[in-house]
Structures are given as C-alpha cells and as structure tokens.
Design a protein around this ligand. Structure first.
Ligand code: NAP
Length: 473
C-alpha cells in the first residue's frame, strides 16, 4: 500500500491471479480499516498545503504524470492484460484513455474560474469562488483497472484535493503501477494514498463514517453504490456514483443494417462485454432484422477467444467463476423462455481455455421482457436481439429499465436522431457512434446508474465547493 509517501506492508496478504490461465501473478498487502484511517490522516495533513498550491504547480505534476504514463504505455498494458485479461491492443487503448484524464485535468486546473454576480443593492457586491472540497475517498472496479483510477485521481488532484483510493481486489497490481507513476511525477507525501484489500466492507465503512473524508467517489455496481450512499448520508458527504448500466442499442430501418451490425459487434464484445456501457438489449426494426442478424452472427463467429497476450484474440476471459455462472444462467433462462440461439451459449474449455474463465461469444434473438437478460446487467459476451415496429414502441421499451447510463441509436434521419436523443433517459447517447466517451466529455448516468459526472468540465466540479461572498461597500 502507498500511505503518506511510503510503500508499506501489513501482516497479511492476498494473491492476485491471471483470469486467462489461473496463474498466480502477485501477492498484495491486505489492508483494513486501520490502514484506511492512517491514509485518511495522511491525506488530511497533506491537504493543508496541497490545497494552497497554485494551479500551475498542480498542472506541472499532472502533466508529468501524463508523460510518464505514456512512456510506460506498453508495460502497463501488458500488466493489465495479465491481471484483467483484455486483449493487449485494448489494454494499450485503455492506458491512452487513462493518460488522457491526467492531461485534460492538468489543463482544467488552470480554469477553476469564479464569477461576480450583480446585486440588487448598489452598495453590495457578490463574489463566487471555487475551493477544493477536502479529503476524497475513492473506490474503483476491476474492468477498467487503470482509467477508472485516473478518471477520479486526476480531477481530485487538479482541484487541490488529496485522495485515498481502494482499488478492486482483482486488479491491485495495475493500481500499484499507476501510483508508482504518480509517485515519480513528484506529488508530495500524503497527497495520494493507496489501500489494497481483500474484503472491502470495513474500508468502505471507514470511508463513509470518517468525518475527515468530505467526498466519496465510487465506480462499481448499483447495489454497492446504494449501500455506500446510504452509509455516507448521515454526514451528508458529497458522493459521486458511477454505477451499472443496461444499454439499449437501437437500429432503425433507415440505417444501414450491415454497418450497424458491425458497430454492435465491436461495442458489445469490447472487454468481453464487461463494460458499464455495453449494449444489453439490441433493438432492431423488423424489416432489417435478417441482414442485421446475418452480419452480427458472421462477425461474432469470427471472434477468437484466448489469452489476451496472443495475437488475434478478441475475447478475453471473464473475471471469475461467478461471472461465468451469471452469464450462463441468463442464456439458459432466455432459451427456456423462447429465445433462439444463433451461436455460442456455452463455457469454452478446450485445451488452454480450460484453465481460464472463458465464455463463447453468444448471439440470441427473439428475446423478450420476461427474460432475465432483458432486465439484469449481463457483464459478459452475449448479444440479445429484440425486434420492434415503431419509434414510440422502441423508445418506451428502451426506457423500461432502472438503469440510465448509455444508449445507442442508428438512423439516417436527423429529426428521429434528435427526438431519440431527447427522449432516451440515459446520460450518454451514441448516435451512429459506438464510442461516445472521451476525457473531454461528461460521462455518467441517470436513474440508478449514478449521480454526478466524470471527465469534462463537470468532472472537476465534483471535487469543488462553491463559496459566495456578499460584500457591503
Ligand atoms: P462492485 O462489486 O460494486 O465492486 C466495485 C468496487 O467496490 C470494488 O473495488 C469492490 O471491492 C468494492 N466494494 C464491493 N463491495 C464493497 C463494500 N461493501 N464496501 C466498499 N467497497 C466495496 O462492482 P464490480 O463487479 O467490481 O464492477 C462491475 C460494476 O461496475 C458493473 O455494474 C459496472 O456496470 C460498473 N461500472 C460502472 C462504470 C461507470 O462509469 N458507470 C464503470 C465501470 C464499471 P472488491 O473488488 O474487493 O470486491
């Protein structure tokens, strides 16, 4: 763990495994609430000076961290592939995406503008300024083990906050590698702290109940996000929640079904479907169902599963056995209730694959609202296709979920695109576009997909207080 500028160990450790082959790849300190407390104290001490640094000093360190991360892009990507499983090319892309947050928020540090507001009284002036909120506690998931860290750490540090981060149990090595880069960039002791652990509940409780922590930022499942929000409520701590999703992917019959199917194949199977913005219900208008399914099936059947270090692999392992069971349960449930299986639908266990958590890329059609997959986040390589007839009908079906993170629309009709953009109750909408994400664009969900935004101008606001002075002159 990295606490107050030192790498520290505890008496106990836990093992880290490669999900592609089950090999042990590391052993990491198993921290507890007392370690989290020490880290929070260090962050509190450091806040007194870090929050008074100039924006230009914070810019310099974040910019240096960006340069160092890009220098280490290949080694960090290789570590990510071994620890998390995604194909090396996707890991390289993630490191670039992660570094982009350091660069973007380095620049944003210089733009923490306040404002003056006209008063109704001639002898009064209003002055508004933004100030760092204080010590931030952050919890991140395993599916994007580097970028989910920089998406929080970069804006927090740019704002002048200090931070304590608890990464996912499955990917602590990536978190340690990120913190080594940040350490080399020259952030003072205590400004950033890392607490690794095997059982997160006690550390989550400490983050929520410790009154020194002024802000909790969490990325993970909706169930855990709800629990943490409740625990943080008595102190009215500021919270940001980036939670689960159930993205609709809607293809109208004025779109090119082949182009749309290629897009669906790319975005659905990215990170083996383990993404919060992964399409979870693919709605296709009736008249183009056939060419759409044909292209999607063709694309899926060409996807090679295996160890992400191997050339040509598109499908890496799932994170663990529970993930395999959940995906398989959803597929069996859908088939029992009348879905058609076009390809996949089983665990892959031939040869080397037997040692990892591999599930075959799967295509289901005739999916309906009675099936688990229609409601539950899948987080795996399954594309469920649903047919629709009218725009009104598909809008109602798409919005019929507690989630509201990402949605995708394929159409060539600009009016329809805008009406769907306005009508969809989701925070991120890709219109003929499968990658509506960037460090410069606000990322976040509506409904039970979360609170707040990460990235963009909005991302730094999450770490700032707005302070008003009313001045009598
Ligand atoms: P998770 O089980 O909620 O875990 C996320 C993080 O929370 C991990 O670090 C985990 O630690 C920790 N955690 C679990 N229970 C906790 C508790 N009681 N107190 C404190 N911390 C606790 O989610 P996951 O399975 O890792 O990630 C997948 C989920 O994240 C999906 O639902 C996905 O949609 C969502 N996600 C959302 C976004 C977004 O931006 N909206 C981005 C990526 C992922 P351990 O690892 O030790 O259990």
């Amino acid at each position: 763990m990295y606490i107050d500028g030192n790498w520290v160990e505890t008496g106990s450790t836990f093992d880290v495994f490669n999900p592609a082959n089950g090999e042990k790849i590391g052993e990491v300190a198993d921290g507890d609430a007392s370690d989290a407390r020490l880290a929070i104290e260090a962050a509190s001490k450091a806040f007194a000076t870090w929050s008074t640094t100039t924006a230009y000093e914070r810019y310099e360190k974040l910019h240096r961290a960006y340069e160092l991360m890009m220098e280490e892009q290949s080694s960090l990507a290789e570590l990510m592939t071994r620890e998390q499983g995604k194909p090396l090319k996707a890991a390289m892309n993630e490191v670039k995406y992660a570094a982009d947050f350091l660069l973007w928020f380095a620049e944003e540090a210089k733009r923490l503008y306040g404002e003056t507001i006209p008063s109704a009284r001639s002898d009064q002036r209003f002055l508004v300024m933004k100030q760092a909120i204080g010590v931030v506690a952050a919890i991140t998931p395993w599916n994007y083990p580097v970028s989910m860290i920089t998406r929080k750490v970069a804006p927090a540090l740019a704002a002048g906050c200090t931070i304590v981060l608890k990464p996912a149990e499955a990917t602590p090595l990536c978190a340690m590698a990120v913190f080594r880069i940040l350490e080399r960039a020259g952030f003072p002791a205590g400004v950033l702290n890392l607490v690794t652990c095997d059982s997160p509940a006690a550390i989550g409780e400490e983050f929520c109940s410790n009154s020194v922590v002024k802000k909790l930022t969490f990325t993970g499942s909706t169930a855990v996000g709800q629990k943490l929000s409740q625990a943080a409520a008595p102190q009215l701590k500021r919270v940001s929640m980036e939670l689960g999703g159930h993205a609709p992917f809607i293809v109208f019959d004025d779109a090119d079904p082949v182009h749309a199917a290629k897009g669906a194949a790319l975005v659905k199977f990215l990170n083996t479907g383990q993404a919060c913005i992964s399409p979870n219900r693919i709605f296709v208008q009736r008249s183009i169902l056939e060419p759409f399914l044909e292209t999607l099936q063709f694309r899926i059947s060409k996807m090679k599963a295996g160890d992400g270090m191997q050339e040509g692999v598109a499908i890496g392992p799932l994170v663990n056995q529970q993930a395999i069971d959940k995906v398989d349960n959803q597929v069996r449930d859908a088939m029992d209730k009348g879905a058609s299986l076009h390809c996949g639908g089983e665990r892959l266990s031939k040869g080397e694959l037997d040692k990892g958590f591999f599930y075959s890329p799967t295509l289901l059609s005739e999916v309906n609202s009675r099936m688990l997959i229609y409601r539950e986040e899948t987080f795996g390589p399954v594309a469920p296709v649903i047919v629709f007839d009218t725009q009104e009908e598909v809008l109602a079906m798409a919005n019929d979920t507690h989630y509201g993170l990402a949605a995708y629309v394929y159409t060539r009709d600009i009016s329809r695109a805008l009406r769907m953009f306005e009508g969809l109750q989701f925070g991120i909408i890709g219109i003929n576009d499968i990658n509506p994400t960037s460090a410069a664009a606000p990322f976040g969900g509506m409904k039970e997909s979360g609170l707040g935004r990460e990235g963009a101008r909005e991302g730094i606001d999450e770490y700032l207080e707005t302070k008003l002075a009313g001045i009598s002159i």
